[in-house]
Write a protein that binds this ligand. Structure first.
Ligand code: HEC
Length: 169
């Protein structure tokens, strides 16, 4: 009986070895193009992934997905402000994204500098939400312009409510 097993195992490992070698160039070819916002990806991994998930998919009832709305926000001045305000001041209270409700607390990230906040937002907008490449990336100056207000996360949510209505979201 073993006579039949050994050749089968041998064949399997040979096939696996050939497969592995053969697969190498394909694996490299399938890798996504490197992001223009690699620094933003790193900031996201460290600060945001725990709530929003590795692909920005969010968590039902807790943290909203970042895969759609940010690509709309980036197209309007108030939307760009909204993105900056959300990371600078956080946000809390009930919101809805594509008809789903979320109600938890987004902490503020004012401790991160303007460049780090701009790049993490660009990573969200362009790599996660796939905004049109014609959209203008957020500049560190736009973050700086929103700093040093006495805004709370509730005010950020009120600003968001007007924005989503204006954008028809
Ligand atoms: C502790 C969990 C948590 C962390 C960490 C977190 N967020 Fe959030 N985020 C939330 C929650 C919760 C909301 C929605 C707040 C609400 O319900 O009012 C939110 C909302 C947002 C929004 C607004 C989405 C919309 O539709 O308007 C953006 C943009 C965002 N987060 C980006 C980030 C970025 C970038 C980071 C990292 C720098 C981050 N978040 C870290 C929980 C988190």
């Amino acid at each position: 009986m073993n006579r039949w097993r050994w050749p089968a195992v041998g064949l399997f490992s040979a096939a696996a070895a050939v497969g592995a070698v053969g697969a190498l160039p394909r694996v490299l070819a399938d890798e996504p193009a490197p992001s223009a916002y690699a620094a933003g990806a790193a900031v996201f991994q460290t600060n945001c992934v725990v709530c929003h998930g590795a692909k920005g998919q969010g968590q039902p009832g807790l943290a909203p997905p970042l895969t759609v709305y940010p690509s709309h926000y980036i197209t309007s001045p108030e939307g760009r402000r909204q993105l900056a305000m959300t990371v600078l001041y956080g946000m809390y209270g009930d919101i809805s994204v594509e008809g789903q409700h979320y109600n938890f607390r987004m902490p503020n990230f004012a401790r991160l500098d303007d460049g780090a906040l701009a790049t993490v937002l660009n990573y969200v907008v362009f790599d996660m939400a796939h905004a049109t490449p014609e959209a203008k990336p957020i500049q560190p100056e736009e973050i700086a312009a929103e700093r040093a207000q006495s805004l709370g996360g509730d005010a950020v949510r009120v600003h968001r409510a007007a924005l989503v209505t204006a954008l028809g979201l």
